[in-house]
Ligand binder design. Structure first.
Ligand code: ATP
Ligand code: MG
Length: 560
């Protein structure tokens, strides 16, 4: 295995190394992962999780899990639970450091009062329309609000009134008093608090004012003693505000915000809003649909945490946005599964084959290895008998050139068994469809012990009919037809691939797969990697998801 175990140094680690050298933060390294519980986590979040928890691990520091729940909404509890499950599944642990921004609502309020007292915040009554007009544009400075010169006493009284519910939703806000002429629009007296009568999943109806993210985030970081506050690039222009708040409030801890490029992957939707739309409109079977780029979807599909961590490691951390080829993610799961997955025979589109010279009623148990790469995964026996299934497309009545599989008069090897030769083709008299093949086998060609010396070019997988386990197998294509995933919301639906899932409902599997568990991944020989679906499998009809096919376009491109 070529999994990268050494940690490649990135620009964030360079910053931390420098800070450690300079004794900054008393040599502490403390990061956090701050999801907003408004959806399930996706592979982009996995990158942030691996980065933040990975830094804590590598520097023997700490990483907090903090729910950024400053925006009240109803369904948050489900999301809070799924986020914890996903972080744990990825292999990370926050110990006893799970926090909510809402834990700090009282302290955040005190911070706002402190800003008012030091004349760094004021209550503003401009309506949203006026607020926009006063803000200016990227090329023109803004204008001071007429409420900017309110006295400290008046501001304190109005802000207390806001908290006490004396004013209507949206009628007033608390703003920082910074600089309406700043070239950075984020510094033009940004809003710190708004009035909003909404029930919060943790604080209920205690509050009718809620802090803005840009206000709550730096303070939460400082309160938790975070040293390095790692976020994505779109927050770069917010950093001056982050720093202004920390220094205006004279916070004891002075976390440093560091921005990195968010992960984009070809053919994958990475916006929670679009993912939620897919779920709400029933275009997928929930957040954990195996086609979703959510961590729960990848888990149900059969991805391993090891493969996702490996992927996040390999893509590295950069300062400018780029898009990663999905083939690289698929390469990581293939590489992980190649050594872990048990080999098995499964025929997805069965064609019956009768071996006419094989004794009726006889069953041989043929021994074979579970994983040729890992002898310690042991052996198993596969039954062989007179009636078997092969794949429909392993037979051609009129073979094209270089078709080395089965055709009239042509001989192939059945993996781990015998050579068979096609003698007769049976068709449905009405449709002309091939429904059965009559073949003969040569006992001298038995795998391992046979004495025949001739060679054949094709080797087919097969399943003995009498012992076969009937199953459903689901094959997936990308949810988006286009590689480009940045479509506007209105175009987004057109980009959805209508054929992203194919259900094959009459597959025939070797009997060992009756013991399959969702934690065990399989390589169905010649068909790809599969695992049992946790949601839809029943004892009558097991359902297997194809995690990924066998052809590795990424590895191929690397060699070329
Ligand atoms: P979305 O844009 O999908 O709604 P978000 O950024 O609003 O995502 P949050 O819950 O706020 O989602 O994200 C939690 C953390 O994960 C943040 O620190 C954010 O920067 C990071 N993150 C989100 N998406 C990505 C991504 N695609 N790549 C890397 N990090 C990401
Ligand atoms: Mg966000």
């Amino acid at each position: 295995m070529t999994t990268n175990t050494t940690i490649s140094s990135n620009f964030i680690e360079n910053i931390i190394n420098e800070d450690l050298k300079n004794n900054k933060n008393n040599k502490r390294v403390h990061t956090r992962f701050p999801p907003e519980p408004n959806g399930y986590l996706h592979i982009g979040h996995a990158k942030s999780i691996c980065l933040n928890f990975g830094i804590a691990r590598d520097y023997k520091g700490l990483c907090n899990l903090r729910f950024d729940d400053t925006n009240p909404s109803k369904e948050e509890v489900e999301y809070v639970e799924s986020i914890q499950e996903d972080v744990k599944w990825l292999g990370f642990d926050w110990d006893d450091r799970m926090f909510y921004a809402s834990d700090y609502f009282e302290q955040l309020y005190e911070c706002a009062v402190q800003l008012i007292q030091s004349e760094k915040a004021y209550v503003c009554d401009l309506n949203p329309q006026e607020m926009r007009e006063y803000r200016g544009t990227l090329t023109e400075p803004g204008k001071n609000s007429p409420y900017r010169s309110r006295s400290v006493a008046e501001n304190l009284e109005l802000f207390a009134g806001m908290r006490a519910g004396k004013f209507a939703d949206g009628s007033r806000v608390l703003r920082a008093k910074i600089d309406m002429a700043s070239p950075n629009v984020n510094m033009r007296d940004p809003i710190l608090y708004r009035i909003m009568r909404a029930e919060h999943h943790r604080t209920g109806n205690t509050w009718c004012i809620y802090p803005m993210y840009d206000f709550a985030h730096p303070i939460s970081d400082a309160l938790e003693g975070i040293t390095h506050s790692i976020c994505t690039l779109e927050f770069e222009d917010h950093r001056p505000l982050y720093d202004w708040l920390i220094s205006s409030l004279e916070m004891e801890n002075r976390p440093q915000q560091i921005e990195f490029a968010r992960l984009n992957v070809t053919n994958l939707v990475m916006s929670k809003r679009k993912l939620r739309m897919l779920v709400e409109e029933g275009l997928v079977d929930g957040w954990d649909d195996p086609r979703m780029p959510t961590i729960s979807g990848l888990r149900r599909r059969g991805y391993t945490p090891e493969a996702i961590r490996d992927f996040c490691e390999r893509i590295g951390v950069a300062k400018s946005n780029s898009t990663v080829d999905i083939a690289m993610l698929e390469h990581c799961i293939r590489e992980d599964l190649n050594s872990k997955a048990l080999r098995a025979m499964a025929v997805l589109r069965p064609l019956k084959v009768i071996i006419t010279n094989y004794p009726e009623g006889q069953v041989e148990q043929l021994e074979t290895e579970n994983n040729p790469e890992q002898p310690d995964l042991g052996n198993r026996c596969i039954p062989f008998s007179r009636e078997i299934y092969i794949e429909q497309d392993d037979f051609m009545e009129i073979p094209i050139k270089k078709f080395f599989r089965l055709a009239p008069g042509q001989e192939v090897r059945l993996k781990n068994a015998y050579f068979i030769k096609c003698e007769e083709v049976i068709k449905d008299p009405n449709t002309g469809e091939v429904i059965e093949l009559r073949c003969t086998y040569d006992p001298e060609t038995k795998s391992g012990t046979g004495t025949a010396t001739r060679k054949v070019k094709g080797t087919l997988h097969w399943v003995s009919a009498a012992q076969a386990v009937k199953a459903e197998v689901r094959l997936f294509d990308y949810l988006l037809k286009e590689e480009d995933t940045e479509q506007e919301e209105k175009d987004f639906k057109d980009a959805i691939n209508p054929n992203s899932m194919e259900k094959l409902t009459a597959c025939m599997l070797e009997p060992s797969l009756l013991q399959a568990t969702p934690d065990q991944r399989y390589q169905f020989i010649r068909n790809g990697y599969f695992c049992l679906d946790t949601k839809d499998s029943t004892t009558e009809l097991p359902v297997f998801n194809r995690i990924v096919g066998l052809r590795d376009s990424w590895a191929k491109a690397q060699k070329a």
